[in-house]
Ligand binder design. Structure first.
Ligand code: SAM
Length: 197
């Protein structure tokens, strides 16, 4: 990745994997085409320790291997946050998606997934194939996670107050974020870097 200057003044809030959802007042990072490009699989991230009050990352960590990449990234996020700082994450929820499969073969979680497959409009096309989209997303997703997996990894990295929340909690804390309206498929988690570290 080419050297880039850090934006000055450096925002105190950091969005990782912003994609097309750059948010005003935040440092919006992605692997390419963002305000500050970085690869979340290449650590440590080229950002100053203890600078950030808040980190948000929505639907990004499933693009990394849980062990070691997600776990290592959480250690680095801990380093980047000020004591008392908060991290908020979302990703596809392994538990919700597996329940959806068991309940009705994922029939209820359509939401445009059919556009990915040429034969999806044919009568009898198996709706349960939707579960594969969440697991693999054409090779982009490395693995799914549930709350227990994120809680363990966040606590292992030193975070406390690991909470299972909803998208509304993220939007209440950060109203500048555009809504995804994706609680039906997503896991939202917050955690803090404790004050005494
Ligand atoms: C599903 S999109 C989510 C974008 C946005 N956060 C949202 O909620 O719409 C996943 C994003 O993660 C980014 N991403 C995937 N792997 C990455 C990596 N190794 N380093 C940085 N960004 C990555 C992709 O470029 C993409 O913008």
């Amino acid at each position: 990745m080419r050297w880039q200057p850090l934006p000055q003044p450096l925002p105190a809030r950091l969005q990782l994997g912003a994609g097309a959802r750059a948010v005003r007042g935040w440092l919006n990072c992605d692997i390419a085409g963002s305000q500050f490009n970085l690869d979340l699989a290449t650590l440590p991230l080229p950002l100053p320790s203890g600078h950030f009050t808040d980190i948000v990352s929505q639907h990004v960590i499933e693009h990394l291997e849980y062990d070691p990449q997600v776990i290592d990234l959480f250690f680095d996020c801990f380093r980047l946050l000020q004591p008392g700082g908060r991290i908020t994450l979302s990703c596809p929820d392994m538990e919700k998606l597996c329940r959806a499969y068991l309940e009705d073969g994922c029939a209820a979680i359509d939401h445009g997934l059919k556009r990915h497959w040429p034969r999806a409009a044919l009568p009898g096309f198996p709706v349960q194939h939707r579960l594969n989209y969440y697991f693999h997303q054409a090779g982009q997703h490395k693995n799914l996670m549930d709350f227990g997996m994120l809680k363990w990894a966040l606590e292992h990295a030193g975070f406390t107050e690991v909470r299972h929340v909803q998208e509304a909690d993220l939007l209440a804390a950060y109203p500048e974020f555009p809504p995804r309206r994706d609680d039906f498929e997503s896991l939202y988690v917050t955690a803090r870097r404790p004050l005494a570290t």
